[in-house]
Design a binder for this molecule. Structure first.
Ligand code: NAP
Length: 275
């Protein structure tokens, strides 16, 4: 890759960002498309200064990650309506007209989770259970509703789960009970199963009956205990890299206006987790 005076610059704003797979994924995609663009880590403890810096430094777009996805909203000029409803922005596009730069914020996390499932089944009219009531569950829940699915939240904390269910206008039930209605999709949006506790699963194996598709958004390890349990029951199993991949695909397409090289991006992430 040759970086020159015309290279368009993108990056990831967060604290920390050292663990992020996004630089590898986006730089491989830019190279595959022969685009004169580069994606760099932009770690910061000062979100306000970092966002102002996007305009001042002629950066063309940015990913936003933990802990800034909510806070960044107030610093942008325009936020897309779904991101505003979710209450989190993970993608910024810097729009430049004449001498003015405007910051547009959107959320591609929900697009990523929807597209990962859409590779296997239609979402409209489907029923999904989401395990967890944190930030990821919230984005995934809004996304599924946006696609016309029905959602039920299951969580450890009843208060947090019921609050999210109220905001989504959907049902809630405890983790150790079967879903209230027959459901085909199960999504783990808790951190249970993550290394080093990779033998743990958020729900007991006996409660997997009836699900056709199981997606785990934990991606370390790639084959979580939940996915192993689902595979032995014949379920279609989707690992956590798929959501991460497709949220990046949506970012790439927003920033460049090009069709993303999905396979190149998937391989970049598989290489990263294998190394
Ligand atoms: P978060 O806001 O901290 O929420 C974590 C959720 O997990 C909470 O609902 C929490 O329940 C639940 N939880 C934690 N330990 C639990 C346990 N032992 N039993 C039952 N529930 C438990 O985190 P987040 O941002 O939503 O992220 C959740 C996970 O998704 C993380 O592992 C993150 O790395 C992963 N993630 C993956 C992607 C992707 O693209 N693949 C994207 C975003 C996040 P309580 O509320 O009761 O504490």
């Amino acid at each position: 890759m040759v970086i020159n005076g015309r290279t368009k610059v993108y990056g990831i704003i967060g604290n920390p960002v050292t663990h992020s797979l996004s630089p590898l994924m986006h730089n491989r995609a830019f190279a595959a498309c022969k685009e004169n663009r580069v994606y760099i880590p932009l770690p910061t403890a000062d979100l306000h200064a970092a966002v102002e810096g996007l305009k001042a430094m002629h950066i063309d777009g940015a990913s936003v990650t933990i802990p800034f996805k909510q806070q960044v909203i107030d610093l942008l000029d325009e936020v897309d309506p779904v991101a505003a409803r979710i209450g989190a922005v993970n993608t910024v596009l810097v729009k430049r007209e004449r001498n003015e730069a405007r910051l547009f914020g959107t959320n591609t996390d929900w697009l990523g989770s929807n597209r990962a499932i859409l590779d296997h089944m239609e979402l409209h009219g489907s029923r999904a259970v989401i395990l967890g009531a944190g930030g990821a569950a919230r984005g995934i829940g809004f996304g599924l509703l946006e696609a016309g699915a029905t959602v039920e939240i299951k969580s450890r904390s009843q208060a947090k789960g019921r609050l999210l269910a109220k905001q989504l206008d959907c049902g809630w039930s405890p983790l150790d009970e079967p879903p209230e209605q027959e459901t085909t999709i199960l999504i783990n949006a808790t951190s249970v199963g993550m290394e080093p506790d990779s033998k743990a699963s958020p729900i007991e194996q006996r409660l997997l009956d009836g699900y056709r598709v199981i997606m785990d958004i934990v991606y370390a390890p790639l084959q979580t205990q939940l996915l192993k349990d689902g595979a032995t029951r014949g379920c279609i199993c989707i690992n956590g890299l798929e959501m991460l991949l497709y949220q990046g695909v949506a970012q790439f397409e927003l920033w460049t206006g090009l069709e993303a090289p999905v396979e190149v991006m998937r391989q970049a992430m598989l290489d990263a987790v294998a190394s």
